[in-house]
Design a protein around this ligand. Structure first.
Ligand SMILES: [Zn+2]
Length: 191
């Protein structure tokens, strides 16, 4: 399996401030090494990195790659802020989306909502994960509030990969991004 995005460099976000790149490099420094590893040897750290790296499945790599590719398709002549999203369905399909802006600004649709609406239209309603990315290099950026609510319509058990342009990512969850969410359960009259 090959991934074609020119900028992709698969990485695993393991701990806060700790980026482990699959190309062998890392952003570990003495102060960034987690407490549990500070008294261990570099060999042990490397073994830990290898184990963590092997845990990232090919499917996640593909999801990240498709997410980055989707960003390149964005229609954003007004904001110049391209966003890409890729959704992993329960049966293993990957559905992508990008932001689609409009001269009537309020009609703009985010990448995440483009992807979810496309997925539903193609017959998918059960999802495992979503990867999102934009051009911001220094921070992991999450979906806007509106998109979090739209994703929540299909359950709270989504894994969310906040992905930088270089392919490094932070793994979080929809329930973490949107706690105490409003859902269909609240529509029950006796609830
Ligand atoms: Zn949004």
């Amino acid at each position: 399996m090959t991934y074609t995005h020119p900028n992709i460099k698969y990485s695993l976000y393991k701990e806060p401030n700790t980026l482990l790149h699959l190309d062998g490099s890392s952003e570990f420094s003495t102060t960034q090494i987690p407490k549990t590893l500070r008294r261990t040897s570099s060999k042990t750290i490397r073994q830990t990195c290898d184990q963590a790296s092997s845990a990232m499945t090919d499917k996640v790599k593909e999801l990240l790659s498709k997410c980055l590719q989707a960003k390149d398709m964005a229609h954003c002549p007004y904001s110049q802020f391209p966003v890409g999203a890729a959704i992993l369905t329960e049966d293993g399909a990957i559905i992508t989306g990008c932001n689609v802006e409009n001269a009537s600004y309020g009609l703009t649709v985010c990448a995440e909502r483009t992807a979810i609406q496309r997925a539903v239209a193609e017959g998918h309603k059960k999802f495992k994960a979503i990867a999102v990315t934009c051009d911001i290099k220094d921070n992991f950026v999450g979906p806007c509030g509106a998109c979090r609510q739209v994703l929540m319509e299909f359950g709270s058990n989504w894994i969310v990969y906040l992905t930088k342009p270089d392919g490094s990512y932070k793994e979080t969850s929809l329930s973490e991004l949107l706690p105490l969410a409003f859902s269909s359960e609240h529509l029950a009259k006796d609830g």
